[in-house]
Design a protein around this ligand. Structure first.
Ligand SMILES: *[C@@H]1O[C@H](CO)[C@@H](O)[C@H](O)[C@H]1NC(C)=O
Ligand SMILES: *[C@@H]1O[C@H](CO)[C@@H](O)[C@H](O)[C@H]1NC(C)=O
Ligand SMILES: *[C@@H]1O[C@H](CO)[C@@H](O)[C@H](O)[C@H]1NC(C)=O
Ligand SMILES: *[C@@H]1O[C@H](CO)[C@@H](O)[C@H](O)[C@H]1NC(C)=O
Length: 364
């Protein structure tokens, strides 16, 4: 049953990809990315931080080697750009010289969160608020290029925006009580509530800069990452209390999406949710259905589950990288990213997206 569905999914997907190639034009004029290390493609390279990946074996399977991506190869955003028909990947804001700015930019920064203190123990990072400031600059440049704010605004409304924050607010904040105060200040329910309130106003700010087609990343099962499993000496099963917290956050993101989509003052804006939690759990529970062999240990790392220490410079990673779900202690492999991008771009399984997929969002 699963393999039949997968076959149909593959066939449909390639028909759509073929259609894109034939038409030869991206389905949206531009794609803007906001987020953390899951989609960072080099914005941290020049920052003073431990949260960088500009060394091998990161990028070992990427055409130009290490770029700052926390992955052996391409990220979710790289695959999504391809699915949308872009012929090149969306460049990092930090290295943009303005030439391709009309195609979009990637503002994502490893260790960044919704809250500004999140991740500070790792060093510099570009928080969501700062990523929004960077985007405001981009909007001004685009206004110059196109000849006015109104023209820019019309243009920016056609773009696709994807936002993925929250992982670090739990990993590198709430659940790191030796460094951060938040778990003394809030119960996990309260913390989730204030986090969502802040996220809501940040998303509305992006809307005020013209965003109308917006996808929000749900959080993956952080309790199943090699890092958390190693930290809890739980090498066989996922850490439940962390997964419970993450699911609570995801539940509230979906409620937020309902609220925003129902808000008549946000006319023409549509928001969707990408369900990385269930997609990842499905792969972790049925690895062979997705071509994976190892789902409880990182391809690159040291210690229990290869998750005690994350992938170090020049460490030798696993050989069969397509058989691993986790690249390092926190991040998925290129193989996993490709599946996630395909399933959220064109959803065959309705539970992968809410209320509809990226393909239908960008048609609006
Ligand atoms: C800007 O960057 C692009 C590659 O991203 C490069 O092809 C182009 O020559 C650069 N332009 C200038 C003026 O540096
Ligand atoms: C998990 O622990 C058990 C016993 O403690 C051990 O036999 C097994 O090899 C470990 N698995 C991993 C992936 O480390
Ligand atoms: C938004 O609308 C949907 C369907 O139109 C409805 O099911 C949902 O309860 C509404 N949510 C909110 C928060 O108003
Ligand atoms: C759809 O996704 C859910 C959650 O990942 C999973 O439990 C279910 O088996 C999937 N259904 C099909 C038909 O693949």
């Amino acid at each position: 049953m699963a393999s039949y569905n997968q076959l149909i999914m593959f066939i449909l997907f390639y028909i759509f990809m073929l259609a894109t190639w034939v038409v030869g034009k991206p389905q949206v004029p531009c794609y803007f990315i906001f987020g953390d290390s899951l989609v960072d493609n080099g914005n941290n390279n020049h920052l003073v931080t431990f949260a960088k990946a500009i060394y091998l074996p990161h990028g070992i399977d990427y055409s130009s080697g290490p770029t700052g991506r926390f992955c052996n190869g391409r990220t979710f955003a790289d695959f999504m750009a391809e699915n949308l028909g872009f012929t090149s990947e969306i460049p990092p804001f930090a290295f943009s010289n303005g030439s391709n700015i009309l195609l979009g930019l990637n503002y994502a920064s490893a260790a960044a969160g919704i809250r500004s203190e999140t991740g500070w123990h790792l060093g510099d990072r570009i928080t969501f608020d700062e990523q929004l400031q960077n985007h405001e600059l981009t909007v001004l440049i685009i206004s110059d290029v196109l000849g006015g704010y109104d023209l820019a605004s019309t243009y920016l409304q056609k773009c696709f925006y994807h936002i993925g924050f929250g992982s670090n607010d739990y990993l590198n904040n709430y659940f790191m009580s030796a460094v951060y105060d938040t778990s003394n200040m809030f119960t996990v329910e309260e913390f989730t509530k204030v986090l969502i309130q802040q996220y809501r106003s940040q998303i509305l700010k992006l809307h005020s800069y013209g965003a109308r087609k917006v996808a929000l990343h749900g959080l993956g099962p952080i309790g199943c990452t090699p890092y958390e499993m190693s930290r809890h000496s739980s090498n066989e099963s996922c850490v439940e209390y962390i997964n419970t917290a993450v699911q609570l956050f995801n539940h509230h993101v979906k409620l937020l999406i309902d609220e925003l989509n129902n808000d008549t003052s946000l006319e023409n804006a549509k928001f969707i949710y990408l369900n990385f939690y269930d997609m990842s759990m499905e792969a972790i529970q049925h690895p062979s259905a997705f071509g994976f062999k190892v789902v409880n240990s990182a391809c690159c790392g040291t210690g229990l589950n290869n998750g005690a220490l994350t992938c170090l410079p020049f460490e030798v990673p696993c050989r069969d990288r397509n058989e691993y779900f986790f690249w390092d202690a926190y991040h998925s492999t290129e193989a996993a990213n490709k599946i996630g991008a395909r399933r959220t771009y064109l959803a065959i399984n309705q539970s992968d997206v809410y209320p509809f997929d990226v393909y239908h969002l960008v048609q609006l």
